[in-house]
Write a protein that binds this ligand. Structure first.
Ligand code: ZN
Length: 225
């Protein structure tokens, strides 16, 4: 991730799903860029509530919201986020990604984002991927993001900058960042991270909820010192 100036006069496009991470990134972007747009991509996920919550949060953030239907992505592979017949991995298998991994998702998402951003004269893209994510999704790693940045530049003869404010943060630090951006309560109450589609604190059972809660507990504990 490149360093951002205190506040850039440029605009940014944020990949936005209405979850904890991308919501934190949306408000991070508002602080660092003079104008921000949110792009929400439907990839065939089971829970359409996600999109409605994302739209509401964007409204509250006063950020223009665009929804792109790319539901074809989910159907291209067997994964438990888009196929109701596949039971979700609760633990990461030893030698592979959990079946919550949607192959190609981030390469598609960032490519769509780059094309749309370019059309608006925007070169700054923001995504909430994190290498510290427990699942070890390959398309969340810094090397992939850097490599795709080069490819997008070459593909469109542009100079995109992909910002990843959460790349090196764990979940506790992501809560801390949300707090610093002044949206701790909004993130806690209104975002949806749960793989079972329950907003706020979620089902408390799926891996995403456990990770979110663990980070929140650690952050609150540290804050109370
Ligand atoms: Zn859950």
């Amino acid at each position: 991730m490149m360093k951002t100036p205190a506040k850039s006069s440029e605009g940014a496009l944020v990949l936005f799903s209405g979850g904890q991470d991308s919501t934190t990134c949306l408000f991070w972007a508002k602080k660092h860029f003079s104008s921000v747009k949110a792009l929400c991509i439907e990839y065939g996920q089971k829970h359409s509530l996600e999109v409605e919550l994302a739209r509401k949060i964007a409204e509250e953030a006063d950020v223009p919201f665009q929804l792109l239907d790319a539901s074809v992505i989910g159907g291209l592979s067997a994964n438990s986020l888009t196929d109701p017949d596949i039971e979700m991995d609760e633990e990461k298998p030893e030698r592979s990604c959990p079946n919550t991994f949607v192959p190609g998702r981030n390469i598609f998402f960032l490519t769509f984002a780059a094309v749309i951003a370019r059309n608006h004269g925007i070169r700054n893209l923001v995504t909430g991927v994190s290498q510290t994510d427990f699942s070890g999704y390959p398309d969340c790693r810094d090397t992939f993001i850097r490599s795709l940045n080069v490819s997008l530049d070459l593909a469109m003869e542009e100079q995109f900058i992909i910002y990843t404010p959460l790349m090196w943060l764990d979940k506790k630090q992501t809560w801390e960042l949300a707090d610093r951006m002044g949206v701790f309560d909004l993130v806690k109450e209104k975002t949806l991270t749960c793989y079972n589609g329950i907003p706020g604190q979620g089902c408390m059972k799926c891996p995403a909820c456990k990770l979110r809660k663990e980070g929140l507990d650690k952050y609150l504990e540290e804050k109370s010192w």
